[in-house]
Design a protein around this ligand. Structure first.
Ligand SMILES: C[S@@+](CC[C@H](N)C(=O)[O-])C[C@H]1O[C@@H](n2cnc3c(N)ncnc32)[C@H](O)[C@@H]1O
Length: 269
C-alpha cells in the first residue's frame, strides 16, 4: 500500500515553518520539563497522560518487549524509552530539540541506561526501511509533526507486524479549546471538518490534530490496521502529573476524553 500524500491545504501555506518554530520552542521550554522528566525516569511503573493513569490499568505497551527494536518519535527527555529498555527492548529516540536531548542524555548517564538518541525530524527518519518492531510517541511527533509526513515515515521504518502507539489530545478537547488557547470549556469553539494545523496566540509553536475519520484513513493508507483507540478517563481522585494554566480540568476530563491513545499494527506479517 502506498503512503498517502498530503494535499496543499493539509500542509498549509507556510510549509515546514513549524519545524523551525517547534525546535525553537522546545529548546526554550526544555528547562521546564526537567523535573517531570526526572520523576518519570525515576518511576519503574509507566503511567499515561496528564492524569498519570497506570499502565497496569490501560495495558498500552505490548507484552514481550524483550529484544524488540523500538523507536520513540519526539522522545523529549526519553523516559518512555527508558521504560521500554527496562522491559528488555532496544530503544532508539529521536527529537528535534538539542536541549530536550541534553536532559535525556544526562538521565541516561544517571541511570546507567544508554541507548541511541538522534537529533532530527521524525518526518524524515535516518533509518532504513523495516528497522523497528514498535514506534511510539507520547505528545511527541504525534502532535508536533505533520501526521501526513510522520505517519508514512513510521510505517516505512516498521517491520511487517510492527506496532504504532501514539498519545494525543482528545479531539473533543481540541474542538472545545477557545481561540485564546485557554483550557477547553463546554462550548464547541472550533469547526471539526478539515482540522489539521493549530496555532495559538502568543505561542511560538505549531500543533497538528486531525479528526478521527481522517486519522483512520491516513493510518489505513499507510498500511496500518487499527487495533484500539483508548480514550482516557481519569479516576475521580486523579492528581495531574504536571500543572499548567491551560490544562484540561479534572471535571472536564471525567466527562469527555481529553486524551486518546491510538494503537495500530502494520499489516503484512
Ligand atoms: C511533550 S515533549 C516530549 C514528549 C516526551 N514523551 C517527554 O515528555 O519527554 C514533545 C517533544 O517533541 C519534539 N518534537 C517536536 N517536533 C518534532 C519533530 N518533527 N521530530 C521529532 N521530535 C519533535 C520536541 O522537541 C519535544 O521534545
Amino acid at each position: 500500500m502506498s503512503a498517502q500524500e498530503p494535499t496543499e491545504s493539509q500542509l498549509g501555506s507556510g510549509e515546514r515553518d513549524y519545524l523551525t518554530r517547534n525546535r525553537g520552542a522546545w529548546n526554550e521550554w526544555a528547562a521546564e520539563f526537567v523535573t517531570s522528566g526526572e520523576a518519570s525516569w525515576a518511576s519503574h511503573d509507566p503511567t499515561w497522560g496528564s492524569w498519570g493513569i497506570p499502565e497496569a490499568e490501560l495495558r498500552v505497551l505490548p507484552a514481550g518487549l524483550d529484544g524488540k527494536d523500538t523507536i520513540e518519535l519526539g522522545c523529549g527527555t526519553g523516559y518512555i524509552s527508558a521504560w521500554l529498555a527496562r522491559r528488555g527492548a532496544r530503544p532508539v529516540g529521536i527529537d528535534l530539540s538539542k536541549e530536550q536531548l541534553a536532559t535525556a542524555r544526562r538521565l541516561q548517564d544517571e541511570y546507567g541506561l544508554p541507548f541511541p538518541l538522534h537529533e532530527g525530524n521524525a518526518e524524515e527518519l535516518p533509518f532504513p526501511d523495516a528497522s523497528f518492531d514498535l514506534a511510539i510517541s507520547e505528545y511527541g511527533a504525534s502532535i508536533w509533526a505533520d501526521p501526513y509526513r510522520w505517519i508514512p515515515e513510521a510505517s516505512r521504518v516498521l517491520r511487517p507486524g510492527g506496532e504504532l502507539i501514539f498519545l494525543v489530545n482528545g479531539t473533543l478537547a481540541m474542538l472545545c479549546s477557545p481561540d485564546s488557547g485557554d483550557a477547553p470549556d463546554e462550548t464547541l469553539h472550533q469547526d471539526y471538518f478539515g482540522i489539521h494545523r493549530f496555532e495559538w496566540p502568543d505561542w511560538p509553536s505549531v500543533e497538528f490534530h486531525t479528526g478521527s475519520g481522517d486519522t483512520i484513513r491516513l493510518l489505513r493508507a499507510n498500511g496500518f490496521e487499527i487495533e484500539d483507540l483508548i480514550e482516557l478517563q481519569p479516576p475521580e481522585d486523579a492528581k495531574p502529573v504536571t500543572v499548567s494554566p491551560d490544562m484540561v480540568s479534572l471535571e472536564w476530563s471525567r466527562r469527555w476524553p481529553s486524551e486518546e491513545i491510538w494503537k495500530a499494527r502494520k499489516t503484512g506479517a
